[in-house]
Design a protein. Structure first.
Length: 155
């Protein structure tokens, strides 16, 4: 059975009356990947280990504006790589991050803007164990989502 072991430690500090800093450090290690080979499923010997840290800052400027940027930096290494598989691990982005901005200009009006960025990576495919198929390339992306909300009351 696939297993993911994770250790995590965090730190939180209130920098000012309206700003909080969070730092999280993590390690994840996976075991018992199941692969398809010769028409049957078997456990792989592959053991990926991921290390990373996430830093976020949450600022509530007043009852109308909240802003929270964050970034995660991570690296993944692999051990016990099966024969014919690529030893270079690029299937997770080396960093990703973004922000959350919430603005409430009036009691029943709310505007939420989220931005998100991730670095280039590869999509893993069991039919491409050597990790060379160009269709597996995922370019870095920056996405923005804006959600205005107007609450109406029924009178």
């Amino acid at each position: 059975m696939f297993t993911m072991d994770m250790q995590e430690i965090g730190f939180r500090s209130k920098l000012t009356s309206n700003t909080q800093l969070d730092i999280d450090i993590f390690r994840q290690q996976a075991h018992n990947f199941i692969v398809l080979g010769d028409g049957k499923y078997t456990n792989s010997t592959l053991v990926p280990t991921q290390y990373g840290t996430t830093i976020s800052l949450n600022s509530v400027f007043n009852d109308k504006v909240q802003f929270k940027p964050y970034i995660t930096l991570q690296t993944t290494s692999t051990a016990n790589v099966p024969e014919g598989w690529s030893k270079k691990h690029t299937n997770t982005p080396s960093y990703y991050g973004g922000y959350y901005l919430n603005y409430r200009p009036a009691e029943k009006v709310n505007i939420n803007v989220n931005g998100y960025y991730f670095a280039a990576q590869r999509q893993y495919d069991t039919y491409d164990p050597a990790n060379i198929n160009p269709q597996g390339n995922i370019s870095s992306k920056f996405l923005v989502d804006i959600r205005p909300l107007i609450l109406c009351s029924r009178d």
